[in-house]
Design a protein around this ligand. Structure first.
Ligand code: PEP
Length: 263
């Protein structure tokens, strides 16, 4: 049975002064059985968010937004996977903003994936096409390529053991207020699962959680979670708003209940 997951990507928002309180409020307002909740604040807020959640609701997990592809060395300003142990248990990899702004390639993301798995961090691997690629009808080919590139060379057993999660995030929908349709996301989730099978994760194609991300709100989340192939959301802008998170996780709770994940 696949996990139902709502992950909050706070991006470059919050400071150590306000992040703990925001995490506390979100945790208190999203206590819904059957939904795995993950908060991914900036690196400098990981410790305070972790402490805050440990006090109010330790079932909410903490994630980082990226990780370096080397273990240690002369990489000014970077953070490696072993440094995150004790601070985070999840990590977002290959977000389109990092592909765009930090020049991350599929091969580099693949190396980061290895570091994350070795450190015991559960990866959320982001894939998604740009607008011109969708307009050219190449969206599935692009996403299959991103997936194959990042997973190449990885032992399927370690991906399986590490709890790999895939987030389908069409670039044109991120932070734009424009979202894909539920049907588009479901078609892509099927293509992603076919891609996982090609990468040697035959059975896991069906057991890997696939999230949708891209301008998700409490209003449109239902359209995505109505699709049996979509297992939750990676939420950006709306994840900074407790009311929005309350609505999104409540809707995810209905999906978890419908799938028999709630005792
Ligand atoms: C994201 O950053 O992963 C994201 C989906 O952002 P937004 O929800 O703001 O589009």
């Amino acid at each position: 049975m696949r996990d139902v997951i709502v992950a909050a990507n706070w991006k470059m928002h919050t400071t150590p002064t306000d992040a703990g309180e925001l995490a506390r409020v979100i945790a208190a307002r999203t206590r819904i059985a059957g939904v795995a909740r993950v908060i991914c604040p900036p690196f400098v807020c990981l410790a305070v968010v972790r402490e805050s959640l440990a006090a109010v609701d330790p079932s909410v997990s903490v994630g980082a937004q990226t990780v370096h592809h080397e273990l240690a060395g002369a990489f000014t300003g970077e953070i490696s996977a072993p440094m995150l142990v004790g601070l985070a248990t999840w990590v977002i990899l290959g977000h389109s903003e990092r592909r765009r702004d930090a020049g991350e390639t599929d091969a580099l993301i693949g190396r980061k994936l290895g570091r994350a798995l070795d450190a015991g961090l559960r990866p959320i691997l982001c894939v998604g096409e740009r607008l011109e690629e969708r307009e050219a009808g190449r969206q599935e080919a692009v996403v299959r390529q991103q997936l194959a590139g990042a997973l190449a060379g990885h032992d399927p057993a370690s991906l399986r053991g590490g709890g790999l999660v895939i987030a389908y995030e069409p670039v044109w929908a991120i932070g734009t207020g424009r979202n894909a349709s539920g049907a588009d996301a479901a078609r892509m989730a099927a293509a992603i699962r076919a891609g996982l099978a090609t990468a040697g994760l035959a059975e896991d194609g069906e057991s890997t959680s696939v999230l949708y991300g891209g301008s998700v709100t409490s209003v449109n989340i239902g359209e995505f979670l109505a699709e049996p192939g979509i297992d939750g959301a990676l939420v950006g802008g709306a994840s900074l708003k407790p009311d929005e998170m309350a609505g999104i996780v409540a809707r995810a709770g209905l999906t978890a209940q419908g799938r028999g994940l709630v005792p």
